[in-house]
Design a protein around this ligand. Structure first.
Ligand code: CP
Length: 304
């Protein structure tokens, strides 16, 4: 890898994605054996700067940094000088002046991570920017698929739900198609972004069509905080017409994986039977998240 920052998968080369996944699989195997002491970031420092809520992403970046030997500081935006009106650029310059090596940022505005990356000397990792990209989530999803199937190329991945607001769906679309997977999508017409077919997605007219022959069925969280009123009538109607359930999943390949980035709205995007079923990878995705973030951090650290 030869890049300062990781801002998205749209402009990441397939070879780099492959390198991150290969190293991530090795870290996952070590984590499963209980090994948590590595030295790739020994002597380095890392800051997490989250302007939006998070459980999985913030915690797994923190653990990943600590397992690699970095000094990690978590900034709570609610308790920082952001509340006194400090801009993102000024906050970035302040953290840079403290000689931080890596900044991990989540922000509600698309493009915020790119702005920070242009401003600071430190490596910047985008942990989710508005409706744009969430590269570490897509990489952990691909790592989970590659570990299970041994490959990404040739897989059919069905993504259901709120595609419009989902940075997870967009990063997965970019990454999966670069590695040779087919991506089908279905959701309310009001929640399908215009022109997404041009980026490689097949937009389907029913859940059954999207899921037909799929190796993986991925639900997406309904992002109530980003919804404009009227995109769909109610959560009950969403579950009934757009969610995945035991009947819909019969159209997928036998043993198809059930995935979801979390947090899940149980009974809305996926039924509890699917979430807790034998082929659900939702908890395994969380471990993949620590491993793939270790890989991203280690590969960026190599650039110094
Ligand atoms: N999938 C995901 O980004 O979860 P968090 O919001 O908990 O980080």
């Amino acid at each position: 890898m030869n890049q300062k920052d990781i801002l998205g998968l749209y402009d990441m080369e397939a070879a780099v994605i492959d390198e991150i996944l290969t190293r991530g699989l090795a870290y996952k195997s070590e984590l499963k054996r209980g090994n948590k002491v590595f030295h790739a970031l020994s002597g380095k420092s890392m800051v997490t700067l989250f302007y939006e809520n998070s459980t999985r992403t913030r915690c797994s970046f923190e653990l990943a940094g600590k397992f690699l030997g970095a000094q990690v500081v978590n900034i709570s935006v609610a308790a920082s000088s952001v509340q006194k009106g400090e801009t993102l650029v000024d906050t970035g310059k302040t953290l840079d002046a403290m000689q931080n090596d890596v900044m991990v940022i989540r922000h509600p505005a698309s493009g915020a991570a790119r702005l920070l990356a242009k401003t600071v000397r430190a490596h910047v990792i985008n942990a989710g920017d508005g409706m744009n990209e969430h590269p570490s989530q897509a990489l952990l999803d691909m790592l989970t698929m590659r570990e299970h199937f041994g490959k990404i190329s040739g897989l059919k991945v069905a993504i259901l739900g709120d595609i419009y607001h989902s940075r997870v769906a967009k990063s997965n679309l970019y990454g999966l198609t670069k590695l040779g997977a087919q991506v089908t999508m279905f959701g309310p017409r009001t929640l399908i972004p215009a022109g997404i077919e041009k980026l490689g997605a097949k937009i389907c007219s029913s859940r059954e069509e999207a899921v037909d022959g799929a190796d993986v069925v991925m639900g997406l969280r309904i992002q109530l905080e980003r919804q404009k009123a009227g995109n769909f009538p109610s959560l009950g109607e969403f579950a009934k017409y757009y969610g995945a359930n035991e009947e819909v999943i019969k159209y997928a390949k036998p043993g198809a994986l059930i995935m979801h980035p979390g947090p899940v709205n149980r009974g809305v995007e996926l039924t509890s039977a699917l979430i807790d079923g034998d082929t659900s990878k939702i908890e395994d995705q969380v471990l993949s998240g620590v491993a793939v973030r270790m890989s991203m951090l280690a590969l960026l650290g190599k650039e110094d």
